[in-house]
Design a protein around this ligand. Sequence first.
Ligand code: ADP
Ligand code: MG
Ligand code: MG
Length: 908
Amino acid sequence: MPETQDQQKFVYDFTEGNKDLKDLLGGKGANLAEMTNLGLPVPPGFTITTEACKVYLDSGEEPSALRDEVSAHLEALEEKMGKKLGQADDPLLVSVRSGAKFSMPGMMDTVLNIGLSDQSVAGLAAQAGDDRFAWDSYRRLIQMFGKTVLGVDGDHFEEAIEDAKRAKGVTVDVDLDAADLKKLVGEFKNIVAKETGRGFPQEPREQMDLAVRAVFDSWNGDRAKLYRRQERIPHDLGTAVNICSMVFGNLGPDSGTGVAFTRDPASGHQGVYGDYLQNAQGEDVVAGIRNTVPLADLERIDQRSYEQLMQIMETLETHYKDLCDIEFTIERGKLWMLQTRVGKRTAGAAFRIATQLVDQGLIDEAEALRRVNGAQLAQLMFPRFDHEVASGDTVRKIGRGIAASPGAAVGKAVFDSYTAVKWSRSGEKVILIRRETNPDDLDGMIAAEGILTSRGGKTSHAAVVARGMGKTCVCGAEELEVDTKRRRMTVPDRDGKDGLVIEEGDVVSIDGSSGKVYLGEVPVVPSPVVEYFEGRMHAGADDADELVGAVHRIMAYADRVRRLRVRANADNAEDAARARRFGAQGIGLCRTEHMFLGERREKVERLILAHTEEERDTALGELLPLQKDDFVELFEAMDGLPVTVRLLDPPLHEFLPDITELSVRVALAESRKDHNENDLRLLQAVHRLHEQNPMLGLRGVRLGLVIPGLFAMQVRAIAEAAADRRNAKADPRAEIMIPLVGTVQELEIVREEAERVIAEVERARGVDLKLTLGTMIELPRAALTAAQIAESADFFSFGTNDLTQTVWGFSRDDVEASFFTAYLEKGIFGVSPFETIDKDGVGALVRDAAHAGRATRPDLKLGICGEHGGDPESVHFFHEVGLDYVSCSPFRIPVARLEAGRAAANSR
Ligand code: ADP
Ligand code: MG
Ligand code: MG
């Protein structure tokens, strides 16, 4: 039974929570509680739950019980601290801090020093024996409260501070004394009164309640909403609010505030990483108001606190078993912990830290696998920009947008699709720069090295399409003003005037992994991780500090535990060899259509045009040895491992000339009375074979059934190639795969013919080829009748690209660039179903077909060869539904291996 509002507990003391209550207490609150319970010095306080926020967001009012609950907790806090909130002679002050489950830009900033008023400021001064401190704290309160709770433009306050400094002839805030600050408080109060039409609230509890409500409201601020949409964070989580008693880093040189990491978030190395600022409060450290000192200097400034801090960092690392980042404050030589969380890190550090923690005995190998992911590995496999040059003087950083599709791209700036295509045809590398892209830009996007836009987020057209194409993209680089009409963009100066102008043809470099944009050419360095997978770099298992060593070890863990095998989609010996170096355990999809292109196209034309059996047999006879040679090479590259060869799949028009071009050619020849018999016949054939919806037309097994001898020729080429390899004492393991089967009858007919051909070859060559024959499951009907189809198939390979198209009823070529952006924005999909398998629809068919097939034939081998085979989330799904292998493009094999390992580690 769900709890009703009045039974619910809306407020938790820091002593009552723990780190696993993030849903309820938010990340900050849960970790403050965890630290409190670890006995670390956390200023006492309490957390208002996300549930209270949800009630407020739903109904527009705080839950009725909240006020009393807050009062009870506040009283307990006052008791503990021995003073009352805002008490005139000795005020208890608190901070009001937002804290959702995930940290989010756009949420309300923390308000410090709540409880100060015209009265209690004197009490604070007397207690601390420091006037300056008290007035500094009060002016901070009015400033933060004014800005974040009352919505006053922060510039008003900043200007007043600047004026005060200028009047006094000083440059830093610490040089303002008590009298200056007192005067500033007066000015700040005037600003509030003028901007809001009411005075700064003097009643402490009112200050607190207003701040809490402002935190709740900030959940639905525009920036927070946009961020949640981009990051796919649900909108109904709500935020918690933490009320934390104040400690003061601005009480003089023996006080200060800092941030630290338990290890370097960039390299993962252990050491002392952080910044410290004396005589400062809260955000001063990161705000760049004064220069901070490296954390190591704290040892000299305050050795006792430093040592205690080092000890606490070790406690936290051992407790969280991970890198943590922390915020702390020192008040007159006493250390206080104000925040911790498992820290963000770079992809490289994630791998290093995971292996370091294994070595320290803090986590096991399965946990190490959970600490990294395929997206991070993929990121490490992209070439990167040379950091030295990128931060030097030869190039200039001109902006930063959203890292929408990773990689590093360099090229000449072009501002329209037409120029992109034209220039790239003449061999130039170009970067297509647009305000935002739309379906008309598709050709330009294909032609460009990378795409840069000044508008739009992770689900914008540019981002979605670029990711689909695997092309580098930075989008939403807002500081760049793109003027497509004048073919240029400008980077305004700080003061908003026209600054730098970048014209068409200027070289720009974009980093799709960081979102950074440069003017000039930044050299690209190859990924060391790829060098390692390629076998050009070796890694010992003992050098965990080195990135490649860490990747090597994590891959070994993954390979040890994974159940899914990983194969490659590869059509030629070169790709097959690379795939093997990357760890492929066979080929899951060899497309034979590529063997029909180039100079062989003409032979295919002859096959299609054949009038007589004789003509046809001649054409097939010419193709046979060519196909056979292709297979020999492929079997050689994958010796000892399975190679699934798919018989011809695409519609025939793909091998024939373009209908318009050919029509024009024939018409011109006619007008010159210059008949070309062959072209005429070709045109007839093209007309005959022209289809409205070729992807749903004459293709796949249908081709094999209507073009006599085609599949037989392909099967013979496979069988003879395998026989050659056998005779050479090698170990070819071919599997013949029939595409686009919808019903078992189709498969039966093809199978009978194939078996006849194979038997002939075996007899003639005196070998047992052990070829198997299976089918793709890529039509809904095939999935639905899998039990029957399994009677004639040794294996199923799920063709999830076509299956996604046919289950959803849309054609990938047509829809991705047109309406997917709208669908993503409206939240109809979280990601494109071509990127990550649609578990509920397409995935359900896969699961059911796998079970039905196995029910018919328990030893049925099951694989998947759509692009989902290299997608992390999809790999987990295929593991769960019990497939035997995934097959993906060679470059994605390491990611698939890793994710297969992670899936196995998770399900243990
Ligand atoms: P954020 O989520 O932006 O880090 P925080 O709530 O952590 O916001 O607070 C902003 C700054 O104020 C941090 O530097 C934090 O350490 C400091 N701060 C927050 N609460 C207190 C407090 N009770 N006493 C002293 N400093 C505080
Ligand atoms: Mg913080
Ligand atoms: Mg297909």
